[in-house]
Ligand binder design. Structure first.
Ligand code: FAD
Ligand code: SF4
Ligand code: SF4
Length: 434
């Protein structure tokens, strides 16, 4: 492939993966840059996906592997974009490849080093509910399947001792002397797909997250439901490991509030309903409540999805936003206080577990990447579309496109549709240059 026809994709979640595959299948050379050790993004962490209830990693993993094997895709994981110069048709990009302290070409992913490593720390992929070693693959289906040494926790880097991993590695892949490396590449067009993050629910201290063990984030709950998660898919209270009998979801934590985030996070009503149905599949006797502000179910088939949860599975929807959650210090049960507007009365109910559904907000990276690329952000901090109606994936810079949750909260199918749109726009721009 000629570098004249290359595209840089920043972010290896489902949006970046889809854009890369669309472009590479048309014959363009794609550089896919992902900051973390593996591509996959948020979708890799989910148990099942609404509205189809597919196993998330089962439908994502083949796309991740296709990216890895595709002759037209150069995967640059554990890497960051540091500088971009030039303009459409001729962007010059500086990439920083962070040291894994493992030679990616030699590592076979056998995992002996991880088995032997004496250091265990919380695993970010499992939302810190499970453990990983200091030399680790973040999750079993990671791509590329090579290990990374976490230097902040490794005994060699912190105390100058150990090197057990190096001793056991048959492939001679562990390399403690690895340095950060810079690469310069050229690209005709750029696609930004760096996703979003969860609102910091500690700002809504009335719900007790961080103080009460049985108050969880929705993404933590996804890991708890997942067969590859920290409990092997067994639903358990974090305080005592017992199966919960009553679980409540609280919607719009941070979203649609003049105090925090004024917009709707788009996916939460549907994913809470998905998680509610999954609870019923795991534990049919468990009572499930969804405390909501407004049910935002605007997609095709979405209303039927809610109806299935309510009428078939018996999920109870409560049209109220709780004012506070209080823990019973003896049982560690949670008492939810809420206003019943229809009866104009304050009510309370006791549950074993509370799942908070936080707003999807811009990552801090947006500012840095926007600065590097000269892109405008909108009033919330998401990347700004050139024209929301007629050029939603274009930006203020010709030849740079955006897709997925970095442009605003959205679900997987919308992220994929935008990714294909961004790929098509990049291909169109390159064709016009030829
Ligand atoms: C709890 C929860 C459950 C959900 N359930 C569903 C569901 O069932 N169905 C559904 O349709 N949607 C669901 N969603 C929404 C879904 O997760 C998103 O629509 C989707 O992940 C968006 O993909 P993305 O590629 O835009 O972003 P992400 O998946 O966030 O990927 C962004 C990628 O960019 C990388 N990155 C970040 N910064 C940089 C940088 N500076 N340089 C390079 N790389 C960078 C990240 O590491 C990441 O790999 C759910 C969301 C949550 C929070
Ligand atoms: S570093 Fe060596 S021991 Fe560890 S996974 Fe790679 S090949 Fe196996
Ligand atoms: S040197 Fe570090 S990564 Fe290797 S086994 Fe020891 S603690 Fe683990």
């Amino acid at each position: 492939m000629s570098e004249k026809h290359s595209v840089l994709v920043i972010g290896g979640g489902i949006a970046g993966i889809q854009a890369s595959l669309d472009l590479s299948n048309q014959g363009f050379l794609v550089y896919l840059v992902e900051r973390s050790p593996s591509i996959g993004g948020r979708m890799a962490q989910l148990d099942k996906t609404f509205p189809t209830m597919d196993c998330s990693i089962c439908i994502l993993a083949p796309k991740m592997i296709e990216c890895f094997r595709h002759p037209n895709i150069k995967l640059l994981t554990y890497s960051e974009v540091k500088e971009v110069k030039g303009s459409v048709g001729n962007f010059r990009v500086k990439i920083l490849k962070k040291p894994r302290f493992v030679d990616e070409n030699r590592c076979t992913g056998c995992g002996i080093c991880s088995d032997k490593c004496p250091i265990e720390v919380p695993n970010e992929f499992d939302m810190n509910l499970g453990m990983r070693k200091a030399i680790y693959v973040p999750f079993p289906q990671a791509v590329p399947r090579v290990v990374t040494i976490d230097r902040d926790n490794c005994l060699f880097f912190t105390k100058g001792v150990c090197k057990i991993c190096q001793r056991f590695c048959q492939a001679g892949a562990v390399d403690f002397d690895q340095e950060p490396r810079e690469a310069i590449l050229s690209a005709s067009a750029i696609i930004v797909a760096i996703g979003s993050k969860l609102f910091d629910v500690r700002k809504r201290s009335e719900y007790g997250y961080g103080r009460y063990k049985n108050v969880l984030l929705s993404l933590e709950f996804e890991r708890l439901l997942s067969a590859s998660g920290p409990t092997g898919g067994r639903l358990a209270r974090l305080s005592n490991g017992r199966i919960p009998k009553r679980i409540a979801f609280i919607q719009c934590v941070g979203s649609r509030s003049s105090k925090d985030v004024p917009f709707c996070s788009s996916a939460c009503c549907m994913y809470a309903t998905k998680e509610a149905m999954l609870i019923k599949e795991h534990e049919p006797e468990c009572e499930v409540y969804v405390f909501y502000n407004d049910l935002k179910v605007f997609g095709k088939g979405f209303q039927d999805f809610i109806a299935r949860a309510r009428d078939y599975w018996g999920v109870k929807y409560v049209g109220a936003l709780p004012g506070k959650v209080v823990e019973d210090p003896e049982t560690r049960d949670l008492i939810i206080w809420y206003e019943d507007v229809r009866e104009n009365a304050m009510k309370r109910t006791k549950v074993d577990m509370v799942v908070l559904c936080p707003a999807l907000v811009p990552r801090e990276d947006n500012k840095e990447i926007a600065g590097i690329l000269g892109l405008e952000l909108d009033e919330y901090g998401f990347f700004k579309s050139k024209d929301l109606l007629f050029a939603p994936v274009d930006t203020n810079v010709p030849g740079i496109f955006i897709c997925g949750c970095c442009q605003g909260p959205k679900d997987i199918s919308e992220s994929v549709a935008q990714a294909s749109a961004a790929a098509a726009r990049a291909a169109e721009v390159i064709a016009l240059l030829a």
